[in-house]
Write a protein that binds this ligand. Structure first.
Ligand code: MN3
Length: 203
């Protein structure tokens, strides 16, 4: 039976310096993400047939997951898929890059442009109470939306397609930024992989 594994980072551990430091990335990827993957696999042990589903389908049909493991799938499986998305949403030396044409146009249409988008996602991330993420998603009607979700909840389970996420769990920033979540969120804008995020929108 296949098991879910943590993919290698698509860049070096120090590649996102000075915005995200190498030590944080080692803990975040090698320990935290790995723990989500291990516990997700442990939850699926009793229902190996769930490995047959794509992760997308598993989370879109979360109500179909058996009661006794649903919470573990939401929390541990959510932690697994959200971190997969998060690493790919970041890229070194992305400073100054902007969303590609189609996504940029959608931002104009639905969110009053890039600057408003950035302000709203910064606020959703900074103001998320406790642990969670700020999300940019494509709704079922194709419109862009921004919101915060607690814990490892996935927009897929709301019928939305995740485009970009900002991890605001303390493990994402506390070693470097201590209690200054807003400084961490502001610095993230220097390392967004707009190529990848635009590609998700175009799908
Ligand atoms: Mn995290």
């Amino acid at each position: 039976m296949k098991k879910y594994e943590v993919p290698a980072l698509p860049y070096a551990y120090d590649a996102l310096e000075p915005y995200i430091d190498a030590e944080t990335l080692h803990y975040h990827h090698d320990k935290h993400h790995k723990a989500y993957a291990d516990k997700f696999n442990a939850a699926l042990e009793r229902y190996p047939e769930l490995y047959e589903k794509t992760l997308d389908d598993l989370f879109r049909d979360i109500e179909q997951v058996p009661d006794d493991i649903r919470m573990a799938v939401i929390n541990q499986g959510g932690g697994y898929i959200n971190h997969n998305l998060f690493w790919e949403s970041l890229a070194p030396k992305a400073e100054g890059l902007r969303p590609k044409a189609e996504l940029a146009e959608a931002m104009e249409r639905d969110l009053s442009g890039f600057d408003q988008f950035r302000e709203k996602l910064t606020a959703a991330s900074t103001n998320q109470f406790g642990s969670g993420y700020g999300w940019l998603v494509k709704g079922s009607n194709g419109k862009l939306k921004i919101y915060g979700l607690p814990n490892q909840d996935s927009p897929l389970s709301l019928g939305h397609t995740p485009l970009l996420l900002i991890d605001v769990w303390e493990h994402a920033y506390y070693l470097k930024y201590k209690n200054m979540r807003a400084d961490y969120v502001n610095s993230i804008w220097n390392i967004i992989n707009w190529e990848k995020v635009s590609e998700r929108f175009a799908k």
